[in-house]
Ligand binder design. Sequence first.
Ligand SMILES: Nc1ncnc2c1ncn2[C@@H]1O[C@H](COP(=O)(O)OP(=O)(O)OP(=O)(O)O)[C@@H](O)[C@H]1O
Ligand SMILES: [Mg+2]
Length: 263
Amino acid sequence: MTPLLETRDVGKTFGSVVALRGVSMTVERGGVTCVLGDNGAGKSTLIKILSGVHAPDSGTYLVDGEPVRFGSPREALDRGIATVYQDLAMIPLMSVWRNFFLGSEPPARGPSRALGGFDVATAKRVAREELRRMGIDIRDVDQPVGTLSGGERQSVAIARAVHFGARVLILDEPTSALGVKQAGVVLRYIAQARDRGLGVVFITHNPHHAYPVGDRFLLLNRGAGLGEYGKADIGRDELTSLMAGGAELDELAHELRRTDTPS
Ligand SMILES: Nc1ncnc2c1ncn2[C@@H]1O[C@H](COP(=O)(O)OP(=O)(O)OP(=O)(O)O)[C@@H](O)[C@H]1O
Ligand SMILES: [Mg+2]
């Protein structure tokens, strides 16, 4: 089966900084590819290539098996590749349903159509239905987005991308600012999107968030891919130790130990 997305040996430099080199990954229909790596590893640079913000300097990027060269995020979106950024581009004081549509509201049917009016009843109903289909229970779609929890807000952004026809959902650290319970909420929607046949790219530096939903794991270290593993090829403990940089933590513990302990 042709993957939805594939990169082959992609690289990107910014001036003298090599942000990515020789990174290969795939995203399948109904699969979750997790991209893991420490701060500065190149995770955001990689997803900016996938989402059309940057063009790679080397290597090939394929969508549905065809090489592409996106000039803008709009072009990626037209191929069904939607990105949910951490800041989410939502307006906190606006209602859930307005944020759900944000510029793509269904037009009014009456004379106010000419004035740019929209069909509020339909918009609210669609927002409520789409959220419910994703298993998101928002009591009142009139409530301001700013009153939702972080996990719920992420979930609204995911439901919106799915509603507007995303085939691939790219999530840049959607769980990093969240506690255990809220992260669980977002992980459930990632699984829902996967079960609806979307391909998901899930960026995180938390292997405990990645492992339960991931099908593939790409580890990045200072811009280089340390390989893409299928779930059968890597255990949770192995992933955690690769991520945690076990040796570096030991070194740090050594450096931080008390030297003034009375003997
Ligand atoms: N537009 C840019 N101009 C110059 N350097 C950049 C640019 N974008 C990224 N870099 C550099 O590329 C490297 C990788 O950055 P990137 O943002 O992809 O890392 P990351 O894995 O997303 O890190 P974090 O976990 O902190 O979000 C860093 O050294 C960064 O400083
Ligand atoms: Mg980043």
